[in-house]
Design a protein around this ligand. Sequence first.
Ligand code: SF4
Length: 952
Amino acid sequence: MTKAAPAAFADTHQTETSPKVSDEVRKTTCYMCACRCGIDVHLRDGKIRYIEGNRDHPVNRGVLCAKGSAGIMQHYSPARLQKPLLRTGPRGAGEFREIEWEEALQIAVSWLEPLRESSPEKLAFFTGRDQSQSLTGWWAQQFGTPNYAAHGGFCSVNMATAGIYTIGGSFWEFGQPDWERTKYFMIFGVAEDHDSNPIKLGMSRLKERGAKIVGVNPVRTGYNAIADEWVGITPGTDGLFILSLIHELLRAGKVDVDYLLRYTNAAQLVIDAPGTAEHGLIARNNDGEMLVWDRHADREASYKSVSTGAALKGRFTLGDGRAAVPVFEHLARAYSDERYAPDAVAEETGVSADTIRRIAAELANAAFNEAIEIECSWTDWRGEEHDKFIGRPVSFHAMRGISAHSNGFQTCRALHVLQILLGSIDCPGGFRYKPPYPKPSYAHPKPHAGVTPDQPLGGPHLGYLHGPDDLLLDTEGRAKRIDKGFTWDAPMSAHGVLHMVISNAVAGDPYEIDTLFLFMANMSWNSSMNTRGVMKMLEAKRDDGEYRIPHIIYSDAYASEMVAYADLVLPDTTYLERHDAISLLDRPICEPDAVADAIRWPVVEPDREVRGFQSVLLDLGARLRLPGMVNQQGDPLYKDYADYLVNHQRKPGVGPLAGFRGAQGDRGGRGDPNPQQLQQYIDNGGYWTEHVPPNAAFFKMANQDYQDWAVAKGFYDAPEPCIFNLYLEPLRKFQLAAEGHGERQPPEHLRERVRDCFTPLPHWYPPFEGAGIDVSDYPYHAITQRPAAMYHSWGSQNAWLRQIHGDNPMYVPGPVCDAAGLVDGDWAWISSYHGKICVPVRRMHAVNDKTLWTWNAIGKRKGAWNLSPDAPEAKRGFLLNHLINELLPPKGDGQRYSNSDPITGQAAWYDLRVKIEKAEQPFEQSQPTFEVQQNPLPPAPDDVEYGKEWQK
Ligand code: SF4
């Protein structure tokens, strides 16, 4: 049956469907990357014959990328694990024996049970690109360990955290450009990732409508290659470029004053009392209400009582005698400074002053001269009534390229400040929130880490803190978490600090752990900095011969490099063999005009002794008698993950799936569990969606109609208007501590860093790695880009995708080639202060002239993924990770600092500095080399092709 596309996603450009190739079509959700497109899986004789896009699905509307269609080869991959494995040889050797599931689960319980009874923190449970974090996090919480996070800390936590603290949302899952109305679109630091099909669809709409696209990225590939204008910026200087655009907008008076007064803290008063413990904090009255200066009454007033009548400039004396200055006055002073003038930043950013001035003028022109209006009655959170939505048709998208730097948090904040000044957030033509966002930082939980043996943690592990008092430190000032998240090292590490877990655990700092439990996190290869060092750490032993991390449990569907370092391997299914929820409790797939979620379900049955990880986790939870996973008799509450998806309630009426709730399956958002829920999802094409009411569609941060609808749907328990934080007061609280105020003081070696980096208005500072070395020794930057056809290492064993990216040269700018005497096909040594690699070179001109780059995660360790040791990925492929240390260069003060953003702990992958030298002769093999990993699987066939014997 063909269903009409939902009105909001209607597309007039559909072509004829392909000829039928199957006996049956099953609709589920792709997991070849993190976009979660809807797919139609065609089956013939019980085998997968073909995968195509689901034309009704809100995420992709039928569009399928190379990865998605290659899901068939992912499913039939010879790298799939077959059965649970128990290590028999030394760690890293890859020697295992197959065991039954019962034995595997008993072993896991025998390791975990004593920990829960005595010291739950000795379990560290971390996951990779996990799409079930609302389950995995809850499981860890019920276990009682404070040591849980997913991969966000080494991915794009700067983007997410800066967004939540500033505007209650960020890009991708949180919101997207208004593709139908925007007239000027800037995309920062995105090659072809985060996200994929939705951005392709959006950009094609912009092209159809003639909107201008500006790509800001050191490398012109992917989206940047189809942009109307490419700005080949120098890595790590995006913040400087953005603040220079702001400088120009302020100079020209092109900011949306009405918007600033209504929706932001621009008018809030900042206490001006140098040397005191309240200098720089927002002034409040005795009721704790934030204050502004009422221009008409010429006196202080509470923020919520005055909107457009508040002062943005001046210096005022409050009733109690304190002096105070509006946020906007501080902002205007800071960014009008000549250090942000286009001529002052041009050399550092690699962007000419004329280009900066022109782009600022184009932004202003689109926002203010091409403004749009939509007639509609709506009411704001102050109770003021409006008869239209005013749109500033300028929008932005950004991701890892600007965030994976040690100045990434402030850079991401700067981009949001630019959006706010233009009045372009959640208006027609601007960036638009997707439900359940916006959600201000104070509406999120604070992080929890209080451990009590045999008891759950007091609340979620991850969250948003608001000052030094919320840090997760014990009475001696030591970190409570193994990754040192939410400490002075990384106070706002809302996604944890995964890249520090293994090194901290091996060093026993802040304490030793017993069991490292990892799910799809390839920590011994492409998901770690200092890859060789991490391999050694995983093999490291104490004096008594015991491994420094005594137990490692690993779950994955494939024989990645990490498998060889596990003691116990729990084989997961492929994404076509299990249930999953694309949940509003986790990382939603909504659209600005609709709330949506989706499922995966077993469209084929596993033909190996593998189990869905989420079901295994619930089984382990029941065996450990974790609260919420067993009933009063101690029997399992859930048969499997499917049962949990239907019957688990996080709070009354709210469960993992928001659709088809209630006894009749006719409730959306809140409602009782519905035994038919999964079948109703399947019948509806694998997803559920419901439209946002028209009068709630824009200005969601302040729109009472949206707030009320969101409460009805269960997104919030009470309305949560979101005031945009141009000035982020929690940062000022950390600075005050660094200035010596308050009980909780930073350690001396971090005091200066907190004082300098935690400015409540975003500012730009040079990335740490370059600041810690002599850059004349390492004059170039080196970064990776994610290709369109490979999602990190996931496609590495995929017979179709390997034909697109089997190896990865180092792309070198033409002038750098000339200076180093390099021509296409030469080999070159690339060195950082930490390491050295030798790799093949390709000349390229569409790249910033100080930047070398390569594709991400193509290189493989010999023997891993059931590939031949002579596979191109293992011979000519390589990782930049060998050049990157998880610690910064020594500063001579006896301390080593994490190679991370100082505010969030995000891994600063893109701060890497290198030099390049021609190799004497070509190599057969990229350097460094590692011993061939022994493979726990039967040998793969030489020729992997659909229909061959191995997959029957
Ligand atoms: S973008 Fe491609 S790989 Fe990613 S979910 Fe969509 S179809 Fe699958």
